[in-house]
Ligand binder design. Sequence first.
Ligand code: SAH
Ligand code: SF4
Ligand code: F3S
Length: 476
Amino acid sequence: MTEMNLTKEAPLEEPARQYYYIAKAEEYLKRQAEELGRPLTFCVTTFGCQMNARDSEKLVGVLEKIGYVEEAEEEKADFVIYNTCTVRENANMRVYGRLGQLKRVKKTNPHMMIALCGCMMQEPQVVEKLKKSYRFVDIIFGTHNIYKFAELIVTRLESERMVIDIWKDTDKIVEDLPSERKFSFKSGVNIMFGCNNFCSYCIVPYVRGRERSRNPKDIVREIEGLVSDGVVEVMLLGQNVNSYGKTLDEPMTFARLLQEIEKIEGLERIRFMTSHPKDLSDELIQVMKNSKKICKHLHLPVQSGSTRILEKMNRRYTKETYLELVDKIKTAVPDISLTTDIIVGFPGETEEDFLETMDVVKKVRYDSAFTFIYSKRSGTPAAVMEEQIPEEIVKERFDRLLKEVQDISSEVCAVHTGTTQEVLVESVNDHDSSLVTGRLSNNILVHFPGEADLIGKIVDVFLEECKGFYYIGRRI
Ligand code: SAH
Ligand code: SF4
Ligand code: F3S
């Protein structure tokens, strides 16, 4: 890209425009690096979900193209980027806490630049607060214009001012920008952006905008490229993958998309998240049943087991229809592992409602469940509902739920003991370097003796012992 003519004005079309700015930033950076006598470094921190993590890979891709080198220790980096999350209040508080510390560090490193992006930046009151009390931040942008990162960096390098660029929403999807994968052998792939469900507690539709699906051809092309680059497992990402394709010019179901992806030679495993129970079709269940590549794992957030609460949450299913769905899936794919998300303490939740949630947990027997304490998000319908539940009651229910979930999951996890399963090796074990760590199709971790050269390979492992949430095994 260095041969790009930078004396001309930036092209208007994307992604050409961003490649122009990448080349321009590269020149600025080269000069800075020469003055300093060392390359400039960056550190990106992801605060949110897998979609947020995927966005961070795109940021890293741009930074590395520009010539920045990764630095693991944030305090030493010349460019610190926080990719923020605002789904619960505590995610938010962590960002402010860390920013306070960064202010001190920036005083000692005059080269330091700080950029904030992600979901939190889509909230006007957050940006107001940053403008007022966090003047040392250099660049602020949102979720819809993340592809403009290179352009924003150049804008900042050419001025001394704080650069703020936030869009309310977008109907655009920009393809073919650089991205740098965290793992060589597996990758997240966005299949859609945004969410139209407006669950009454959730801020995501407000900060991620309306639902947009990527063109199936672009998705398949991206995965083919990844596979030729060594990727064997993809995770298809969307807030509600089951409604994929509804807004395309030529509508297509998620099940059909999966069948297209299945055909890609060299791809071994397909995962996806998240599935909204209201949109999970029989067609999808059949495709999962017949597939050789779709992993035996389904994340199916229930949120609550009480039909009354589910209605107030605007989830559009009942306890009974959820349980029927689970039965249907377990019948079609008997060895499937089910996981879920549960919120405790939604406004108006009574002890009876909570017991309905406990009942669902006992009936479904999840492999694991993410349990959350309800967090009030301003601007959402639930934030102004009456009967917000006192903290002590929520905490007490949360602890009971967590215990139940953990007891069940250690039992469920152990059922594969004594079987041989395919494992995708992901890393050398953190604590014991004679072991490697990999994942079963159902997403459970296994540690077994092996060397680093197994990373990225799928091998057969005998599961000797279950240790609650993971296995110890041996290769056969
Ligand atoms: N699109 C996904 C979820 C994205 S957010 C889905 O519909 O399942 C991930 C999880 O965060 C949600 O499943 C929910 O359990 C939790 N969550 C969202 N908003 C929350 C809030 N206000 N308080 C507590 N938990 C929340
Ligand atoms: Fe939030 Fe509901 Fe959309 Fe999931 S489906 S992102 S919980 S609004
Ligand atoms: Fe958080 Fe945004 Fe994901 S709010 S959970 S990072 S979509």
